[in-house]
Design a protein around this ligand. Sequence first.
Ligand code: ASP
Length: 331
Amino acid sequence: MTHTRRHFLTTGLALGTTIHSLRADSNSPMSKPLIVSTWPFGKPGNDKALETLNNKGSLLDAVEQGIRLVESDEKNRSVGISGLPNAAGVVQQDSCIMSGPGHDAGSVAAIEGILHPISAARRVMEKTPHVMLVGDGARHFAIKEGLESVEVNSREFHEKWHKKQAEPAPTKLPKDNHDTVALLVLDAEGNIAGGCSTSGWGGKLPGRVGDSPIIGSGLYVDNEVGAAGATGLGENMMRYCASFMVVEYMRQGLHPEEACLKTIERIAATDPKSAEDLHLNFVALDKKGRFGAAGTGSGFQYSVTTPDSSRVLTGANFTDKDIGPEGGNTK
Ligand code: ASP
């Protein structure tokens, strides 16, 4: 399948001036450092990441501190310990971190009662020979590392979510019961890193793991090319190695926004589900300092921060109408 630039431009024009002007804006390299994250709730995390770099923190410190800030927000219903519980009333979190230099990664999945899963993921990367720890093993490792924890299986937790326990696990998702912070950093030296953190799909079966801790699905970083992060329905990211695909399209020369759109197009063209039901949203930045985002909902918002500004923008919108003649052929 070859990407048709003409199709992309047609799509871009059809999407209207907001997106057109956004692309023009993000087309020229931004000043570095550049930090891009999912959703408006990523913006304070971006600001924290920039502050960390300004205070001589490392690239990975910036990712970790930025995401920790979002995890700490008690009002956030989809990231951190205040996030959405699973069908048993327990918050199980997924998180990963990836470093461009050295191509290292660490992740934790279905971890319970750890306040900062991103810090656990970083420690898996830096202190073990492994990439991923899950469940009780991940929790014990995090506690041994001295990370803050709470007792999630307490009576209080069970009482709080008693009603939910009585409900069957959902088979179809309401639009607003899942979100992720994916935060990407390009530093002044041109090195790239990123991370993700989420409580995942509200009401998921206990033990369910989403895309966010899976390298290549919820996050991918290639220090020679760029980085991409995802938010949306993990099951639909994981079946396509979606963030890896975004980075590979950037490797082929596509602008980050084009790469996000092209990835959605390829998945939507292949998958029996409609674009809207797929719930796919991506943020991306490249080595040149360009950035972009796209999603299957009309209002996917993301946050972009440089030394000059910190803003919430709206990503390009993809619908089934945007599937081009070469977008796929299995529908
Ligand atoms: N991707 C996450 C998951 O499926 C949720 C989200 O980002 O909306 O666990």
